[in-house]
Design a protein. Sequence first.
Length: 432
Amino acid sequence: MRASSGLGRRVAMIGSGSRGDLQAFVALGKGLAAAGHEVTIATHRPFESLIRENGLAFHQLSGDSEQFIKGAAGIALRDKWRDPVSPIRFANRFLGPFMDRFLVETFEVCREADAVLYWPFLRIGPTIAEKLKVPSFAVAHYPMPYLATGDFPNAFFSPWPRMERSRLYNRFTYTTARPFFWRLVREQLSRWRVSLGLEALTPREEARRVHRIPHILGFSTSVLPRPKDWPRDTHATGYWFLDTDPSEAKPAGLEDFLAAGPAPVCIGFGSMTGRKPAELTAIALEALRRADVRGVLLTGWGGLREATLPDSVFAVGAVSHDWLYPRMSAVVHHGGSGTTAAAVRAGVPQIITPFGFDQPLWGRRIELLGIGPAPISNTELTVEHLTAAIVEATRNESIRKRAAELGERVRAEDGIGRAIELLNDYAARGVS
């Protein structure tokens, strides 16, 4: 029996993307579970341990977003976002067969749910709400490329940052991108709807229905103010942080390294795989040497490679950002929303090297907030540019002071609590 008010007992969360995307999902799911809901997160197998370790039910869906993002196809798609036409052909070739399976599996997960929360890029919300008559919500931790505003340009399509003072230009970047987004996996969505006994939707009608779905976005308005020209039912709640156990084992030798000298600079590019990881590593090491600072290299599953290191540099495959970042003098990263949020909360300066997607937006915000130097595009990353940025981030007292103040404000926010409040309010009012 479905609950008559609030979200109800059973909540299904449908996710994909990078580990940062799923960490935010899990953080929100964990908050929902603590509020008394039974939460199932449906996603790809590589994230199973992340979900189960945080006490949530896991349901496996087809695909492997980690392998996709770091593989040749993922790199190609990331680069193709700059072109409004070629990604459509690319998506039909690489994503079409996967999406057909994924959508069928998704519906089965949602069938017994009282409410459905989904990653907006999947675009399943209107169909789930129509077919199952349950509340459906788009949840993410960054703005969507279809949420047009005059406040900032559409970062997913590599706009010209210095034109951002023009509200007309900013809105134009969304208009030019609109055909791409709504045609992406359109055929798969139409087939899926027909298989469920529903009418296929035109891009215009689908866009209208998607915009009616409440959007709950987990980023801080202290970092990116919510645009006043966004739809009424689009909310920014504050970040959704997934805190780790402080007693969690650290890589052998890391704590001794940190204690042996001044706070180092952390360099890592998360899920963004570079075409020349050895070259990226060489640039990082030489920039650290020239800036005369110690460093921690996060090699992860994208970007950097372990190499012969000087005593002033420590390499680690993975470590909790919320534990590591507060111990750094600055953080160099790709500008993913989750990584940016972790560095903001830590209160340390940031140097962002965007590779694509929403990363240019966060790089520009860090610059405008005065908590880091101007972003360095990954195509323009050189020893000279990175050295200059590290020197500025670590020795400019105003940057360090503003970063610390912003971190204090963000740590005082309760993004998860606000998100749950909104979700329950919508569900209680019967919004679907």
